[in-house]
Design a protein around this ligand. Structure first.
Ligand code: APR
Length: 232
C-alpha cells in the first residue's frame, strides 16, 4: 500500500511516562475517586465544587507535564507520513499538541476547554475554574469542565467513524479497552480489512481483537512502530 491511511487511538497510558496518572492501573485515578462523584453529570449536580477541584488538580498537573517520546513519535508520523493520519485521543491533557501534533481529536473533551451547560458555548478554561462561573456568551452561571462524563456522548464520532471506515492501519496506544465506543474502534477497523496493532504495557481487554501487539512502554514501542511505518 503506497500511502496507507492511519487511525490512531491513544489513552492514558501514553501520558503515564509524562507523570500523569492513568485510571485503572494500581493506585490509578479510579482508585482515588469514585467515578460517580467526579465523572458524571449527576456528580457535578450533587457537588460541583468536588468536581471542579478534581479537574483543577488534573489541569494543573497536565499544565506542568512534558510530552514523552511516544507523543513525539506520533507528531513525527503526522509530519512525515504521506498518507492520512487521524490522531484520536481519549486523553484530556494537551501532551500531543505540546509534542507538535496538530488536529488532535479529543473525543472525551479537554482540560484546557470550558463548556457552558446552558448554551454549549466553549472557551479556553482558566487554570483554576470556579463553581458558578458565568458563560462569556450567555452570561448564565453554568460553566463546567469541557469533559465528556460517563453517560454523555463522546465528541467527533462522525468524523472518527468515517476515518475508521477507510482506515488501512489502526493503532491503539496506552488504553485498557474498557470504555466504549473507543474500545470498539478496533472491530470497526478490522471489519474493513485494516491492519490492527496494540501498543500497551499490559494486554488490554480487547487485545485478542488485534492482529499485532507490541507490549511495553509507549516511549519505547511507539517510536519503534513509527520508524517501521515510515520505512515501509
Ligand atoms: N506505556 C504504554 N501503556 C501503558 C503505560 C505505558 N508507560 N502505562 C500504562 N499503560 C497502559 C495500561 O496497561 C492500561 O491498559 O495504559 C492503559 C491505561 O488504561 P486506563 O487507565 O483504563 O486508561 P484509558 O484506557 O485511557 O481509559 C479510557 O476511561 O475513565 C475513562 O474517560 C476516561 O478516557 C478515559 C477512558
Amino acid at each position: 500500500m503506497a500511502h496507507p491511511s492511519i487511525v490512531i487511538l491513544t489513552g492514558a497510558g501514553i501520558s503515564a511516562e509524562s507523570g500523569l496518572g492513568t485510571f485503572r492501573d494500581e493506585g490509578g485515578l479510579w482508585a482515588q475517586h469514585r467515578i460517580e462523584d467526579v465523572a458524571t453529570p449527576e456528580g457535578f449536580a450533587r457537588n460541583p465544587q468536588l468536581v471542579v477541584d478534581f479537574y483543577n488538580t488534573r489541569r494543573a498537573q497536565a499544565h506542568e507535564a512534558v510530552p514523552n517520546a511516544g507523543h513525539a513519535a506520533l507528531a513525527r508520523l503526522q509530519a512525515e507520513h504521506k498518507g492520512e493520519v487521524l490522531l484520536v485521543t481519549q486523553n484530556v491533557d494537551s501532551l500531543h499538541e505540546k509534542a507538535g501534533s496538530r488536529d488532535v481529536v479529543h473525543m472525551h473533551g479537554a482540560l484546557n476547554s470550558a463548556l457552558c451547560g446552558a448554551c454549549d458555548h466553549r472557551w479556553e478554561a482558566p487554570l483554576k475554574m470556579k463553581v458558578g462561573e458565568a458563560c462569556p456568551r450567555c452570561d448564565k452561571p453554568t460553566a463546567r469542565p469541557d469533559i465528556v462524563w460517563f453517560g454523555e456522548m463522546p465528541y467527533y464520532m462522525d468524523r472518527i467513524e468515517m476515518a475508521l471506515a477507510r482506515a488501512d492501519i489502526f493503532a491503539a496506544i496506552g488504553t485498557s479497552g474498557n470504555v466504549y465506543p473507543a474500545a470498539g474502534f478496533v472491530q470497526m477497523a478490522a471489519h474493513v480489512g485494516a491492519r490492527t496493532v496494540e501498543m500497551n504495557l499490559d494486554p488490554s481487554e480487547t487485545v485478542a481483537l488485534f492482529e499485532e501487539t507490541r507490549p511495553g512502554k509507549a516511549s519505547v514501542t511507539v517510536p519503534e512502530w513509527v520508524g517501521d511505518i515510515l520505512a515501509e
